[in-house]
Design a protein around this ligand. Structure first.
Ligand code: GAP
Length: 520
C-alpha cells in the first residue's frame, strides 16, 4: 500500500512539474545547458503567484501587527556571523570518498540512489505485467500481490529504516556500514573501496575582493534570520520598539543540499519568510504557543482544508533551540515540513555579543534591568508554500460530458490573474468594448486579455492557470452593458453588470478580503 501510494504520488508530482512548465509557472533553470540540479526559475504566472504569497505573508506580519517591523538585509554578511550562529561548526551533511576514483559523494545520496534503483526494478516488473495482462491489468492489485515486488519493497523499507536510524543518531559508522552492506559501488571506478563518512558543511563559499591575498572568504547566507539578529539593536532603537516586538524579512537563502529533489521542495537557492519575535526571558513557552496557533491560522485562512496540515513537535532539537515545532503539509510525497516555529532562547544574540564584543542588551523599563532578549521565530520557505498551493490546487477533472480539464483551484486572492477578459469575437467592436472595461480593473488587480481560439478553449486555458473568473463580452453586451461571468471551480455562468463585477473584485479577489479574516 505504501509503495502504491508513492507510485501514485510520484505520478501526481510529475504532473504538477510538467503542468508548471507548460503553463508558465516554473522552468528548470539553465535548461538549454541541461539544467542545474535543484535550481528553478519562476515564469510569468509563477512569479505573480509567488509575489502574491509573499505579499500575503508580509502584510499579515508587518501591516496587521503594530509590534512587528520589517527589514531587507544583505545576502552577504561578515563571515564571523556564521561562526557565532553555529553554522560553521554544526550545519553539516555526511560525505564519503571513493579511494580508487577519488570522487566524492554525499553518503545519503548514495543510499537514496540505491533505493531509487530498487524502485526502478519494481517499475520494470509493473511494465512487464502491464504488457502481459493488457486492459485487465490492475496496478494496485499487482503491487500488493506480486511476491517479487513485495520482496523488493520490504528491502526498501529495511534500508530506509536503517538510514533514518543512523542519521537520527548521528552515527556515521552505521552509515558507512550500510553502504558496505548494500555493496554500493562508485559509478566511476565500479569499486566499493570507500573512505569513512565525514561531515560536509552546507554553506556555499565565495570571496569578497579581487586579489587572492586581500580577499575574504564569505558565505551565501543559509538562513535570513541572522540578518535580523545583526540588525536587532539598530532596528529596536530606530523603530523605538519595546519588548515584546518582532522583525520580519523575506529573502533568498542558499544551501548546498545533499538530497536536493522533489521539485521545489528542497532547493539549493530558495526564499525564506522569517519573523523573529523578541521577548522577555522566561516567557518563551507562552509566545511559542501563540505563534504556533497564529501561523496555522494563517495557513487555514486561505481555505485549504485543515486535514492537509499537522503539527510535528521536535524531540531532537537544533543547536539553537529549546523547543521546535513544524507545521507539516500533505505534499504529494506525504506529510513534510512546510514551516518551522522555533524557540531560539538568547542563543544567537548572546553568541553575537560574545564574538563581536558589542553589548546587545535591552533595557526593560518595566523590570528596570538589562537583559538579552529571548527569541521565538517563525520560518517558512516561500517556494515550499508555493508547492503546497500547487499540490492543493491542481486537479484533473472528468466532466459530465466525458471531457477532461486541468484546473488550478488556487485560492482566489492569491491567483496569478484574477480576471480574464474574453471578447466572444475579434470583430464587431467587441475587442474595443473589452479594452475599455479592462481599464477599470487594471490598476487594482492582475487581469488578462485573450481573443484567440474558440471560447471553450480559452476557458480551459484560464482554468489551467487558475484564473478565478472569465468575463465574456458578446453582442448583447453592446446593447445592455451586461456580460457573462464564469466561475472557474463550478463553471457556472451568469450575466452581470460592471458594478456587480467591481463588488466581486472587492469582496473576493483582493488581498484585503483575505487579510481581514485574520484574527490578529
Ligand atoms: N531560521 C530557521 C531556519 O532556517 P529551517 O527549518 O532550516 O529553519 C525554515 O528552514 C524553512 O525554510 C523550512 O520550513 C522550509 O520551508 C524552508 N527551507 C529550508 N530548506 C529549504 C530548501 N533547501 N529548499 C526550500 N525550502 C527550504
Amino acid at each position: 500500500n505504501y509503495f502504491c501510494n508513492i507510485l501514485m504520488d510520484k505520478d501526481s508530482l510529475k504532473k504538477i512539474v510538467s503542468h508548471s512548465k507548460e503553463y508558465g509557472f516554473i522552468f528548470p533553470s539553465s535548461e538549454i545547458y541541461e539544467g542545474l540540479n535543484a535550481i528553478y526559475d519562476y515564469a510569468h504566472n509563477g512569479t505573480l503567484l509567488k509575489n502574491n504569497i509573499r505579499e500575503y505573508w508580509w502584510k499579515s506580519m508587518v501591516q496587521l501587527n503594530d509590534d512587528i517591523v520589517g527589514i531587507d538585509s544583505a545576502i552577504f554578511m561578515h563571515p564571523k556571523t556564521w561562526v557565532a550562529s553555529g553554522h560553521v561548526d554544526a550545519f553539516n551533511d555526511p560525505l564519503i570518498d571513493n579511494k580508487d576514483s577519488k570522487k566524492r559523494y554525499r553518503a545519503d545520496v548514495l543510499i537514496e540512489e540505491h533505493i531509487e534503483k530498487l524502485n526502478l526494478k519494481i517499475q520494470k516488473e509493473i511494465n512487464k505485467a502491464e504488457k502481459r495482462f493488457k486492459e485487465k491489468f490492475d496496478k494496485k492489485q499487482f503491487i500488493e500481490t506480486s511476491p517479487r515486488v513485495k520482496q523488493i519493497l520490504s528491502s526498501v523499507e529495511d534500508i530506509k529504516s536503517k538510514m533514518v536510524s543512523a542519521f537520527e543518531n548521528d552515527d556515521l559508522t552505521q552509515v558507512k556500514n550500510l553502504i558496505d552492506e548494500l555493496e554500493i559501488k562508485c559509478p566511476i571506478s565500479g569499486t566499493c573501496n570507500w573512505t569513512e563518512v565525514r561531515q560536509f558543511n552546507l554553506m556555499f563559499k565565495t570571496k569578497l575582493g579581487a586579489s587572492e591575498d586581500s580577499s575574504m572568504d564569505l558565505y551565501l547566507r543559509p538562513e535570513t534570520a541572522q540578518g535580523i539578529f545583526l540588525n536587532y539593536l539598530n532596528v529596536q532603537k530606530t523603530s523605538r520598539m519595546k519588548i515584546p516586538f518582532g522583525i520580519a524579512q523575506t529573502g533568498k537563502a542558499f544551501r548546498n543540499e545533499i538530497v536536493a529533489r522533489q521539485f521545489i521542495f528542497r532547493m539549493r537557492e530558495f526564499e525564506q519568510m522569517e519573523m523573529q519575535f523578541f521577548i522577555q526571558p522566561g516567557s518563551q513557552s507562552k509566545w511559542f504557543d501563540i505563534w504556533k496557533k497564529k501561523r496555522l491560522d494563517w495557513h487555514l485562512n486561505i481555505g485549504i482544508d485543515d486535514s492537509s496540515f499537522r503539527y510535528h513537535d521536535h524531540d531532537k532539537l537544533a543547536h539553537y533551540a529549546d523547543a521546535a515545532c513544524d507545521i507539516e503539509f500533505l505534499f504529494p510525497f506525504g506529510f513534510k515540513e512546510l514551516e518551522g516555529i522555533h524557540s531560539r532562547t538568547d542563543f544567537d544574540l548572546k553568541s553575537h555579543e560574545e564574538l563581536s564584543g558589542k553589548k546587545i542588551q535591552y533595557f526593560d523599563p518595566v523590570l528596570d534591568k538589562n537583559y538579552i532578549p529571548y527569541v521565538v521565530e517563525t520560518s517558512i520557505g516561500l517556494d515550499r508554500m508555493f508547492l503546497a498551493i500547487l499540490t492543493y490546487s491542481f486537479k484533473m477533472e472528468t466532466l459530465d460530458d466525458g471531457s477532461t480539464r486541468n484546473v488550478m483551484s488556487i485560492p482566489k486572492q492569491l491567483a496569478p490573474n484574477k480576471l480574464a477578459f474574453l471578447p466572444l469575437l475579434k470583430k464587431d467592436g467587441l475587442p474595443e468594448y473589452t479594452s475599455k472595461i479592462m481599464k477599470d480593473f487594471k490598476h487594482k488587480i492582475n487581469i488578462v486579455y485573450d481573443e484567440k481560439d474558440a471560447i471553450g478553449r480559452r476557458y480551459r486555458r484560464q482554468d489551467a492557470i487558475g484564473t478565478p473568473y472569465c468575463i465574456t463580452i458578446d453582442h448583447q453586451t453592446l446593447e445592455d452593458d451586461t456580460f457573462t461571468i464564469r466561475d472557474r471551480d463550478s463553471m457556472e455562468q451568469k450575466r452581470i453588470k460592471i458594478d456587480q463585477l467591481k463588488k466581486i473584485v472587492e469582496d473576493e479577489l483582493t488581498l484585503k478580503s483575505l487579510l481581514k479574516n485574520l484574527n490578529n
